[in-house]
Design a protein around this ligand. Structure first.
Ligand SMILES: CC(C)(COP(=O)(O)OP(=O)(O)OC[C@H]1O[C@@H](n2cnc3c(N)ncnc32)[C@H](O)[C@@H]1OP(=O)(O)O)[C@@H](O)C(=O)NCCC(=O)NCCS
Length: 142
């Protein structure tokens, strides 16, 4: 059975899972080292959710929750499921857990971005009820 849980401690299995999963998400960013992973797990804003089956990590995502003058908001980032485990609803289960968590803490919106070339991801988000916003997405790399 696939279980979704928040990672609250860093162990070798979690470090190894990052090394396996992050390259399946991004060519340009290395996996976090143990110290960076500890900072992520300890962060008040970031909630690292992992999908596990028989103790093996199949996928992960990060839900970021923050307060701004217009309310409590959430972002979903770095969603990835191991290639070998795709198409079994792991991505959906992770996102549903994040949506539930965000609504429990009072988030009024949950945002994410996904490149159009990520076809499976875009289908998944639409299926879950995410709607495209008419807004410009900007990025600055300081
Ligand atoms: C997007 C991603 C997280 C989805 O994970 P998943 O566990 O396969 O998700 P689900 O099984 O819940 O559904 C994903 C959809 O892709 C299909 N799919 C994706 N890979 C598949 C595979 N290898 N075999 C069969 N179906 C697959 C599923 O059938 C499903 O299609 P549907 O929406 O038409 O029903 C995963 O494909 C992934 O990690 N992609 C690479 C990283 C990425 O793009 N992340 C998103 C960043 S925005």
């Amino acid at each position: 059975m696939i279980e979704i849980r928040e990672a609250t401690e860093v162990d070798d299995a979690l470090v190894e899972a990052m090394v396996r999963l992050v390259p399946q998400l991004s060519n340009s960013n290395p996996a976090p080292d143990r110290g960076e992973l500890c900072a992520l797990v300890d962060s008040d804003a970031s909630i690292l959710l992992v999908a596990e089956e028989h103790g093996a990590v199949l996928g992960m995502m990060t839900l970021v929750v923050f307060r701004i003058p217009t309310g409590v908001r959430a972002w979903i980032e770095d969603v990835v499921v191991d290639e070998e485990a795709r198409g079994r609803g792991v991505g959906e289960a992770l996102n549903r857990a994040a949506i539930q968590r965000a609504s429990e803490v009072g988030a009024t919106t949950i945002d994410l971005t996904s490149r159009p070339s990520r076809e499976a991801a875009n289908r998944l988000y639409s299926r879950l009820g995410f709607e495209e916003r008419d807004t410009n997405v900007y990025r600055l790399k300081p």
